[in-house]
Design a protein around this ligand. Structure first.
Ligand code: PMT
Length: 401
């Protein structure tokens, strides 16, 4: 069965250059089995005609609340109730601002206020407008109201700028919509996640470690279990409770984590390396507490095994996702790790920004694959984990099919 069969999708089109992609989007949504109705703002009609979208959707296009003919066919409240999902693509900065402010000053904002359905937005705007503090505040408000954002992607823009703000491609949006309805996309899939820090002993009372709290990895474990996966969480030392329906294996050092991960090979179908693993460990761990006899001391360090690389080069290699925590040149280093470690995806995490990354409640990431990249804007780690698991599941299922 097609993933969007019997689903009613109300596609809102607002006035940005990416409105031309709405035509293709309607076709992709219909390919996935959806019944599509279109609402256009006045500005959208400057970019593409209602006639085009009517022909493609096979339904009359709604443009105003004050159209007696349209209201006689399907009134705006009826339309709001008809939808299983309102997808606004493209969603301009202005539309997002009006939605965040609870405005009902045109048909589309009114429908968004009136609908009991889920709402998803595919932002499309200039990179400066996307990065602007006002837009980011609106994004946060909308996400706090459980409105989902798909993208934006980064890259070259119609205006010539390069950066985040491109609308996702039609096929990606159609798959994301299907993902919203398939919350148990990973039913029965064996998934292993590493989380938290490792501790590398110097002597019986001291160790080398880092600031990872485990929050991101634990949120992923929880989201994967919600999606139906059989989750094993290999966790370094944290203060977090084990999420429901998750099997936790506690480890201390990188060597322990490596051993636990290798023991999963064979049954594991998806491996997510979220742990902040120490790259080096002391060559020798002193048997007794080291005494401070000298003014300085040296500790000889040796390389730890690279766990995610070992997983990705295993003969029974699972679909493998790494993280890249970087303080500079984030995307370049992340892409380097994606290639060098032979990963299917990498999640780039800017840990120079102290409001995201290590030991914070929020995160913001860019997900890189061999062919593309996608930003997930700042939000709580649980919400971000749910979006990441949807993305991972879609890529994993693509590879399987
Ligand atoms: O735990 P939180 O406080 O919630 O913080 C979350 C986080 C910042 C730790 C997380 O989002 C994150 O970015 N994790 C990766 C941290 C890291 O060590 O990144 P890296 O760029 O050094 O390593 C690259 C990848 O190789 C990672 O997937 C890492 O797990 C893996 N690795 C690294 C070294 C090693 N010896 N073995 C590995 O498997």
């Amino acid at each position: 069965m097609k993933q969007l069969s019997n689903r009613h999708i109300l596609l809102g089109v607002t006035g940005g250059i990416a409105a031309y992609k709405s035509a293709e989007l309607i076709r992709r949504l219909k390919d996935h089995g959806a019944d599509v109705r279109v609402v256009m703002t006045a500005a959208a009609m400057e970019f593409i005609t209602p006639l085009t979208l009517q022909a493609l959707s096979g339904n009359p296009v709604h443009t105003t609340m004050l159209d007696p003919a349209a209201e006689a066919g399907m009134g705006h409240i009826e339309l709001a109730r008809w939808a299983d999902l309102i997808l606004v693509a493209p969603a301009t900065a202005d539309f997002m601002a009006r939605l965040a402010n609870g405005r009902g000053d045109d048909l589309l904002t009114t429908l968004c206020l009136a609908t009991p359905a889920a709402i998803a937005l595919a932002p499309a705007m200039n990179q400066g407008m996307w990065r602007d503090a006002a837009t980011q505040a609106n994004v946060k408000t909308l996400q706090d109201r459980s409105i989902t954002l798909f993208g934006p992607a980064a890259g070259e823009q119609a205006c010539g700028d390069i950066g985040p703000g491109r609308m996702l491609e039609a096929e990606d949006l159609a798959r994301h919509c299907a993902g919203l309805f398939n919350s148990r996309l990973l039913d029965g899939v064996q998934l292993t996640i590493t989380a938290g820090p490792t501790r590398e002993a110097i002597d019986p009372v001291r160790y080398i470690s880092n600031h990872s709290s485990g929050k991101m990895g634990y949120a992923l474990a929880s989201a994967a279990a919600d999606a139906g996966a059989q989750v094993t969480l290999i966790s370094g030392p944290t203060n977090l409770p084990c999420p429901d329906r998750v099997n936790r294996i506690d480890v201390i050092s990188a060597a322990d984590m490596h051993g636990a991960a290798m023991a999963m090979m064979g049954e594991c179908q998806i491996f997510i390396a979220c742990a902040a693993v120490a790259d080096y460990r002391p060559n020798n761990c002193a048997d007794q507490k080291i005494k401070k006899d000298n003014d300085s001391m040296r500790i000889d360090l040796v390389r730890n095994p690279d766990i995610v690389s070992a997983v990705a080069s295993h003969s029974r290699r699972p679909f493998t996702i790494g993280f890249a925590a970087e303080t500079q040149d984030l995307l370049r280093y992340a892409r380097g790790k994606l290639e060098r470690k032979n990963l299917d995806m990498i999640v780039a995490n800017d840990v120079a920004n102290t409001s995201i990354g290590f030991n914070t409640n929020d995160n913001a990431v860019t997900v890189l694959t061999a062919n593309g990249e996608q930003n997930i804007a700042q939000m709580g780690k649980s919400q971000l984990a749910a979006q990441l698991i949807q993305l991972i599941a879609q890529q994993f299922l693509n590879v399987q099919s």
